[in-house]
Design a protein around this ligand. Structure first.
Ligand code: FMN
Length: 235
């Protein structure tokens, strides 16, 4: 396989891999999937045990069943989040506010989950008792997967909403009991555009020498735009 496939600079790709939840109906080709999963499988893991496994759901009968199971979970989880995070209140009532736009995107994502072109179930084959750090050997692979998708013009988003239907999902795809289901990743050709990811100013996130101590060199590149942490404000 040709590994020199990056179409964009690595750092540029990292800075523009934002969550994509709106997809065109265009299927994802075998070649694209192979490239993306190759990148995922290059991720580090403890002792290089490579415990990550990926179940790719496209259009087969089991895939359709699993997507329908997940779709129910996503609709129910989003309905709870929409209410608890106040998406209806304050600026959420104004059609063009970022909050209202985000709510529409999320609603459509949940409503049409069965049509997401690809869903990847990211798993971790346990070699130890369940522990708090096992995710550290599977989530880097998930981010590699999303970065690779970005590099070739696709996009996606990771979710843990499968937790609401984990047993049903396991049964539908035959995931054994000793496997940790870490996340699902929706993937496809983006309907919108990729764009810069917004986070808090670097100086708020990086300390030097001690907790809370400023690191004067921790400055964002010129022109970086920021956002606060967490769900939308009440306003
Ligand atoms: C551990 C984790 C869990 C997430 N769970 C969900 C989820 O259940 N549903 C969803 O739509 N997005 C989910 N996301 C995506 C985040 O909402 C998204 O990465 C974050 O808001 C930043 O978005 P941005 O990169 O577009 O700025 C999750 C991301 C992570 C890392």
């Amino acid at each position: 396989m040709n590994v020199s496939i990056e179409t964009i600079d690595l750092l540029e790709g990292i800075a523009t891999t934002r969550a994509i939840r709106r997809f065109t109906p265009e299927p994802v080709s075998d070649d694209h999937l192979a490239r993306i999963l190759f990148a995922a499988s290059r991720a580090p893991s403890g002792s290089n045990r490579q415990p990550f496994r990926f179940v790719v759901l496209r259009d087969g009968p089991r895939a359709r069943e699993a997507k329908a199971i997940l779709g129910r979970a996503f609709r129910s989880a989003w309905a709870m989040k929409r209410a608890s995070d106040g998406y209806e209140s304050g600026s959420g009532a104004k059609t063009d506010s970022p909050k209202a736009r985000m709510a529409r995107t999320m609603q459509r994502f949940a409503d049409e989950f069965e049509s997401v072109p690809v869903v990847v179930i990211a798993c971790h084959v346990r070699y130890d008792r369940p522990n708090t750090y096992e995710g550290a050997s599977v989530y880097p692979a998930c981010q590699n997967l999303l970065l690779a998708a970005r590099a070739i013009g696709l996009g996606g988003v990771l979710s843990t909403w499968h937790l609401l239907v984990e047993n049903e999902l396991r049964a539908a795809v035959g995931i054994p009991d000793d496997v940790f289901v870490a996340a699902t990743i929706a993937l496809g050709h983006p309907e919108g555009r990729h764009g810069p990811v917004r986070r808090r100013p670097l100086g708020e996130l990086v300390y030097e020498d001690g907790w809370g101590e400023p690191a004067p060199w921790a400055v964002d590149p010129p022109g970086t735009r920021h956002t606060r942490a967490g769900p939308p404000r009440a306003g």
